[in-house]
Write a protein that binds this ligand. Structure first.
Ligand code: ADP
Ligand code: MG
Length: 729
């Protein structure tokens, strides 16, 4: 009685690599081919429109409507020349991924025919019928309109035959309903705040950009196996499955040879990325079997994030072409590493200076220290919020498990930078700087270049690590929209820099020399933000205790972690920087709690169904095979001998019953727990009920199912097992 499982396993293991169409040209010839980038703008726009658009982009200004009309005309022509037939505003709603509503270019020509139309109005603003996007109660149904508005800083692109225009998405009353709006506001805030501080050192700095280099981790599973796992199809993760005998113990997958089927997929993906101007650069195997990573060259945050979202949808599409499904879930398999999306983040000036990179002169290093120390201060003040920015129903499985950073935010500096911070903290300013000497400063600050240039020491257990010229925020989940952590971090830094500048200016107004004032403030911040600095092992239990003593946020329950968005200091910070209003924050949290509940609800339902419809029947069938066997054996052997011979079967029969009984009871309890939770009106309380009452039952049910998987005849087990899902041949 060979099951569907054996059929799909065979199908998957016989699969060959799908051939890839490799363009005849080198990447530089087709890179950005599908993007309305500066080169295309220059070609398709009248000079005045081109100049006005570039100026508005570079200075973060709004574009004149007349110019928008000209841009629309040029963009349309380019799109038509490149085979587009539809256009869409492309935005990031508060769900996951991206949203699109396609319109064809055609319009009546008044003579019974059609023309292909696209003007400034359609480019600049659309009103998608968006009442079904989550909005946390901001829009009542009678004003169910949302606007999408063109983001000029991220270039339009053609996907398939559709011109996609990156946009923000806001409510009729102007509240953000997406990730991009607060991100753009935060990038503006950090630009202003950081530029003002940079001007202490260089008056020529006009803008500061924020940069992001994400590293996307993911799993691939053969599509036949995927389809045979209802839990993967419905929830993106396996809700059951016993560990495979071999998983990642040998660490033989990391940087190992990439299987040919996967190579073909990666090559195909890379080519499509390059056409869309996504600078995909690195690809390799990750630690877990079937786990891989793709990283691009870093870009300005807003563009980098659009590229990441675009990449995620491209991956899904291209994986299918290669008979794979890509799993973006943070923890698709228990017992092996999950997937993250490290966010490498930095700030840089329009004069080409990376602000987290130590320089060659004392002045440059004072600037470097200013930015590093202000970052530490901001991360310290808002550590709970930063954790909230990456928390989700899916990422909660990864954080705190011995693989990804713990559910506590701390900063790793490395020993070199730590030495410098100590030096500044413990040396009086007049010994650090000799301002009477025109040539510069004495020992301390001048030594910094040699001290920090060696950044070879790395700490993989730290959620927020200084890595030489940037910070690497490692707690971000693989399925996340990086916009969330990025707007939080950039807003927090902007606010911190504003406070820093105010304090320095006050000292200067009181007669202190500027560089002395800066050093004094840096020293103060080093002292204040000490609790966030931790270079030890973030996975150890000792750290959890230590972190609690230091007053860091140690909350582990996802729905309660979201509370950080509504703490008074958070609301004040977001209001001061103009990134989000209290009303927006409240609405967004409603969405977060609701999404959390829905995810667990779906998982619990799927698990209940699988337990009752798949697992119990199969276990019963196996048990009755054993019972048959016992009866037959007993007819052959009697007395003590008979009893001895049937003993193992009887033990199995009993054990199967025990597991089945627990499963049935817990499934019933889980249904009750859901019913009770569903009656709760308050979204926060409901999410907490799902977290505290439903999730533990799911774990328990799984435990017993996994035990049954080990006992039941392999021939009749219905679902592909971990060892089959996880090893691509
Ligand atoms: P690792 O695995 O050592 O962390 P990777 O090469 O996989 O390194 O990824 C590093 C990522 O960091 C890349 O996306 C890279 O472009 C990005 N990056 C490098 N320098 C910066 C920087 N100054 N700011 C932001 N991102 C950066
Ligand atoms: Mg990395």
């Amino acid at each position: 009685m060979s099951s569907l499982r054996f059929k799909v396993v065979e199908e998957a293991s016989n699969r060959k690599a799908v051939p890839v169409e490799i363009p005849a040209e080198r990447p530089q010839a087709f890179y950005g081919k599908a993007v309305f980038n500066r080169q295309k703008m220059f070609e398709y726009l009248p000079k005045d429109a081109y100049d006005a658009l570039v100026y508005a982009i570079e200075n973060r200004e709004t574009l004149d409507r007349k110019v928008a009309d000209k841009v629309a005309a040029g963009m349309k022509q380019w799109a038509l020349d490149n085979g587009a037939r539809h256009y869409t505003h492309w935005f990031h709603p508060l769900t996951e991924g991206t949203a699109e509503k396609h319109d064809s270019f055609i319009d009546h020509d008044g003579k019974g025919g059609v023309v292909e139309e696209f003007d400034g109005k359609q480019l600049v603003q659309q009103e998608p019928d968006a009442s079904s996007f989550p909005n946390g109660g901001i829009r009542n149904t009678f004003e169910a309109r949302g606007y999408s508005a063109w983001d000029i800083s991220s270039p339009a692109f053609i996907l398939g035959e559709t011109l996609c225009i990156p946009t923000i998405f806001i409510s009729y009353t102007g509240e953000s309903l997406d990730y991009k709006t607060p991100l753009l506001r935060a990038l503006n805030a950090v630009d202003k705040a950081a530029t003002a501080v940079c001007n202490y050192f260089d008056p020529n700095v006009k803008h500061v950009n924020s940069y992001l280099g994400w590293e996307q981790e993911y799993f691939l599973v053969d599509e036949a196996l995927f389809a045979a796992r209802p839990d993967l199809v419905m929830t993106g993760r396996t809700l059951m499955g016993h560990e495979s005998a071999k998983n990642q113990q040998l660490e033989d997958h990391y940087f190992g040879a990439i299987p040919s089927r996967v190579q073909a997929f990666m090559l195909d993906l890379e080519i499509e990325c390059h056409k869309l101007g996504i600078p995909a650069k690195t690809r390799h195997n990750e630690v877990a079997p079937n786990q891989f990573e793709l990283a691009p060259i870093f870009e300005e945050v807003n563009l980098a994030n659009d590229h990441n979202l675009l990449l995620m949808s491209l991956m899904d599409k291209i994986a299918r072409k290669h008979n794979f499904r890509v799993l973006m879930h943070e923890k698709p398999f228990a017992g092996i590493n999950g997937s993250g999306k490290h966010n490498n983040w930095s700030l840089g000036t329009d004069t080409g200076v990376l602000l987290f990179a130590p320089g060659k002169t004392a002045d440059q290093n004072l600037q470097f220290l200013t930015f590093v120390v202000n970052t530490m201060a901001a991360v310290h003040k808002h550590n709970g919020l930063i954790k909230a920015s990456i928390m989700s129903a899916t990422n909660q499985h990864r954080l705190g498990a011995n693989e990804a950073p713990p559910a506590i935010i701390s900063i790793f500096t490395g020993s070199q930078l730590a030495k410098v911070l100590d030096l500044i903290e413990n040396t009086p300013t007049d010994e650090l700087t000799d301002l009477s000497v025109k040539s510069g400063y004495s020992v301390g600050v001048a030594q910094i270049p040699e001290l920090v240039l060696d950044t070879t020491d790395r700490n993989r257990t730290s959620p927020f690590a200084f890595t030489g010229n940037r910070f690497e925020f490692r707690a971000v989940g693989s399925s996340a929209n990086c916009g969330a952590p990025m707007f939080v971090i950039n807003a927090a830094i902007a606010d911190q820099l504003n406070q820093f500048k105010e304090a320095v200016d006050k000292r200067v107004a009181e007669g202190q020399e500027l560089k002395v004032a800066i050093l004094e403030e840096i020293r103060k911040l080093i002292k204040e933000s000490k609790p966030i600095h931790f270079d030890g092992n973030g996975y150890s239990d000792a750290w959890k205790e230590e972190a609690a003593r230091r007053g860091l946020d140690c909350e582990t329950s996802a729905p309660k972690i979201f509370d950080s968005y509504l703490k008074p200091e958070t609301i004040e910070m977001f209001e001061r920087t103009g990134v989000l209003s209290k009303k927006e924050l409240e609405a967004r949290n409603e969405v977060k709690w609701e999404m959390f509940t829905k995810k667990i609800q779906i998982e619990a339902r799927v698990l209940g169904d699988l337990a009752i419809n798949h697992v119990i029947p199969v276990a019963t069938r196996y048990q009755s095979m054993l019972v048959d066997n016992v009866v037959k054996l007993k007819s052959l052997f009697t007395g003590q001998k008979g009893a001895d011979i049937v003993a193992p079967d009887l033990e199995n029969i009993e054990n199967i019953s025990k597991h089945m009984l627990v499963i049935k009871r817990r499934v019933n309890e889980m249904v009750d727990a859901r019913r009770q939770a569903n009656r709760i009106e308050d979204e926060r309380e409901k999410a907490i009920a799902y977290h505290d009452r439903v999730m533990p039952l799911m774990d328990e049910i799984r435990y017993h199912i996994d035990k049954l998987e080990l006992m039941v005849d392999n021939e009749i087990w219905p679902l592909p097992k971990y060892r089959e899902l996880l090893f691509i041949r």
